[in-house]
Design a protein around this ligand. Structure first.
Ligand SMILES: [Zn+2]
Length: 332
C-alpha cells in the first residue's frame, strides 16, 4: 500500500508526515498521517480530522482507534489524517491565519492557489487516489455546547446505491441525531457555500463520505472522544474491516431534515437554556438576553425544535447565533 511516498506493507502500522507547503522561513508545513494496513484484503477507510483547525475531539478518537487496533485483526486499510489544516491548527482557530480561507469550502483544491487551496489540493489528491470511504471529522464552534451528531448529504446526481451506502454508514455510526442535508434544496441553511466541502467533493468523486460533529471545538472532551471511537469501530464493522457486533445506539435515532440557526435580535449577555440533544416545545423559553440599561428579553421557541447545539459564550451581538436547531425530523 503506497500513500504519499510511504510504502506500508500488510500487517504494518506507519506514522508519518506529508509535506504540503513551504514557508518563507524555509519551514515545511506537514500533515501527519497514520496508516494501518491490515493483514487481509479490504477497503481503504480514510478518516480526516481538523479540516477546521480547532475541531479536535474526533481526531483524538481516530488516533485512539488507530493505536488500539492490531493489523492482524483488520481487513483493509485505515488511514487517518488527524490535522488536515496545520496552519489553522497552529493558529488555534478554524481557519488559516495566512489566507483566512475555509478549507472545507476549498476541495478539490488548487495547485496554483492560495496556501489553504494548495494544501487542500495535496490532501484531496491522496484521498481521491486511495480512499474507498471517508469520514470527515468536525466539532461545533468553541462558543457552543453540543452533543455529537452525524451529518450526511444527498448530493445531486449521486447514484442511489452510493447514497444508500452513505446513509447506512451514517446511521450505523450509532448516534441519536442524524442530519440528512439535501444539498439540492438546502441553500441558505448554512452560512457560506457548501460547494467545496470534503464530504461533498468525495461523493462527487464516487467515494461515499459523511461527517461527524463531535462536541465542542478547542478542547478534548473525553466523553465525546469515546463516542467517536465507538462510532468509528461501528463503521469499520459495517465495512467488514473488523469483526464484532455493531454497538446499538443508546437512544432512539432521529433523522433531522430541516435545520436553522436561531439568532439573537438583541445584544448584551445571553443565557441559553436549551440543552443540546433535547427537544423543545413551541412557546418554551429557550434563552434570555439582557443588558444593563434596556432590560431583559425572554426568547421563546417559535416552533417545536431539537437543540443541536447551543451558545455557551455569554456575550451576544444582534444576529449572533444562540442555537443551531432541527425543525423537522422523523424517527429512524
Ligand atoms: Zn468544522
Amino acid at each position: 500500500m503506497k500513500i504519499g511516498g510511504y510504502d506500508v506493507r500488510k500487517g504494518e502500522k506507519l506514522r508519518g508526515r506529508i509535506k504540503v507547503l513551504k514557508l518563507a522561513n524555509q519551514c515545511e508545513v506537514t500533515i501527519p498521517i497514520l496508516i494501518l494496513n491490515g493483514t487481509e484484503e479490504g477497503p481503504v477507510f480514510w478518516i480526516n480530522g481538523a479540516v477546521h483547525g480547532d475541531e479536535l475531539n474526533g481526531s483524538v478518537g481516530a488516533k485512539n482507534v488507530f493505536e488500539r487496533l492490531d493489523p492482524k485483526e483488520v481487513r483493509g486499510t485505515l488511514v487517518v489524517t488527524p490535522i488536515a489544516n496545520p496552519l489553522a491548527f497552529q493558529n488555534k482557530q478554524k481557519h488559516s491565519f495566512m489566507d483566512h480561507l475555509d478549507m472545507d469550502q476549498m476541495f478539490p483544491g488548487d495547485p496554483t492557489g492560495l496556501p489553504t487551496q494548495r494544501i487542500a489540493y495535496h490532501l484531496f489528491g491522496l484521498i481521491r487516489e486511495n480512499a474507498d470511504y471517508l469520514l470527515s471529522l468536525h466539532s461545533n464552534g468553541t462558543a457552543f455546547r453540543a452533543k455529537p451528531y452525524i451529518v450526511y448529504k444527498r448530493v445531486p446526481n449521486t447514484p442511489a446505491e452510493v447514497f444508500r451506502k452513505i446513509e447506512e454508514m451514517a446511521l450505523t455510526f450509532g448516534l441519536k441525531a442524524n442530519c440528512c442535508v439535501d444539498i439540492g434544496s438546502a441553500k441558505g441553511e448554512l452560512p457560506g457555500v457548501t460547494a467545496g466541502a470534503l464530504d461533498i467533493t468525495c461523493i462527487q468523486n464516487g467515494i461515499p463520505a459523511f461527517m461527524l460533529e463531535a462536541g465542542r471545538g478547542g478542547r478534548i472532551q473525553n466523553e465525546n472522544v469515546k463516542i467517536a471511537e465507538t462510532g468509528i469501530l461501528n463503521t469499520m464493522k459495517l465495512l467488514n474491516m473488523v469483526s464484532g457486533d455493531i454497538r446499538k445506539p443508546e437512544e432512539k435515532q432521529i433523522i433531522i431534515t430541516k435545520r436553522m440557526f436561531f439568532r439573537s435580535d438583541y445584544a448584551g449577555m445571553s443565557q441559553v437554556f436549551g440543552e443540546p440533544g433535547s427537544f423543545v416545545k413551541k412557546g418554551e423559553t429557550i434563552a434570555r438576553v439582557f443588558d444593563w440599561v434596556e432590560g431583559e428579553h425572554m426568547i421563546k421557541a417559535p416552533e417545536d425544535m431539537y437543540i443541536i447545539c447551543s451558545r455557551c459564550h455569554t456575550v451576544v451581538d444582534e444576529g449572533d447565533r444562540l442555537a443551531f436547531v432541527g425543525t423537522e425530523w422523523r424517527d429512524r
